[in-house]
Design a protein. Structure first.
Length: 257
């Protein structure tokens, strides 16, 4: 469960014992993955707070770039705000009927503060030198694009030259690439959230069909935030699934080298 907001990563990590890897039943995992569907109609049943908190905590255990955790979750259950948000989601049934809507937002400007937090909240007694170097020197160079993205351009040019001789990182070297950078990690958290809800017996619908301008305003998303999706969350109604699930043939998408 989410602990009190002021606890640091270190407090939280020290609370955790380090258990041996638990046995895992892949069939239980398969059940969660296979029974997740995009649900377009929900019942009126509320999602209990402790379940919502657990889903959010599991979402934030998603792998993420350099552990910089560039995500935010705007949990909307206040009816009046939810109604406005549902309208901004183009009045979709999933948004209108869900008891909770979550704006899942990627941030491109929190990496600096979160680099410092990685140093401050390192979960072991001693911080390895490489960690110190990464968050105090490498990350500030790597993620900083400078005014008008000019530093990013310079890094890209340097990378092109050095890259002729050896492998080099090729980005993120522009504000636009920073958006992709933040979106990758945040989308992984979104998937964790959906699977966690399913494991708790609840369901979801990810939505990108929304008026971005209005959604940002309703949620109060900062300028550097990108609304990756709005997630509808609740108990699936009997008519919540619109069609059978299908995917194209796996071999059309898998390249084996
Ligand atoms: C990024 C993203 C955006 C989506 N946007 C919408 C949406 O606006 N409205 C909607 O009803 N479903 C939306 N979906 C759900 C997809 O339509 C759905 O995942 C797809 O049809 C496969 O169905 P399944 O999720 O039941 O397997 C979205 C899914 C993703 C991943």
């Amino acid at each position: 469960m989410l602990k009190n907001e002021s606890s640091t990563a270190r407090d939280r990590a020290l609370d955790d014992p380090r258990p041996a890897l638990p046995p895992i039943d892949v069939e239980e995992f398969r059940k969660v993955v296979r029974s997740r569907r995009s649900i377009r109609r929900f019942t009126d049943e509320e999602v209990p707070g402790r379940i919502l908190d657990d889903c959010l905590e599991l979402a934030m255990l998603a792998p993420n770039s350099s552990n910089l955790q560039p995500w935010e979750f705007y949990v909307v259950s206040t009816p009046a705000i939810k109604q406005r948000l549902a309208e901004a989601c183009l009045g979709q049934n999933a948004a209108r009927t869900a008891p909770v809507l979550i704006g899942i937002v990627a941030r491109t400007n929190t990496w600096r503060a979160n680099s410092q937090r990685n140093l401050d909240e390192w979960p072991e007694e001693k911080r390895p030198g490489i960690v110190e170097k990464y968050y105090s020197r490498i990350a500030p160079l790597h993620y900083n694009q400078g005014p008008l993205g000019l530093f990013g351009l310079a890094k890209k040019a340097a990378g092109l030259a050095v890259g002729l001789r050896r492998p080099v990182p090729r980005g993120p070297y522009s504000p636009c690439e920073m958006k992709v950078w933040a979106a990758k990690s945040t989308a992984l958290a979104a998937e964790n959230l959906m699977l966690a809800a399913r494991a708790h017996g609840f369901d979801s619908c990810p939505m990108e069909g929304f008026d971005d301008h209005r959604v940002r305003k309703i949620l109060g998303v900062p300028r550097d935030g990108i609304v990756i999706m709005v997630l509808a969350l609740g108990r699936r109604a009997e008519n919540g699934v619109y069609n059978r699930q299908y995917r194209f043939a796996p071999e059309d998408f898998i390249r084996r080298l």
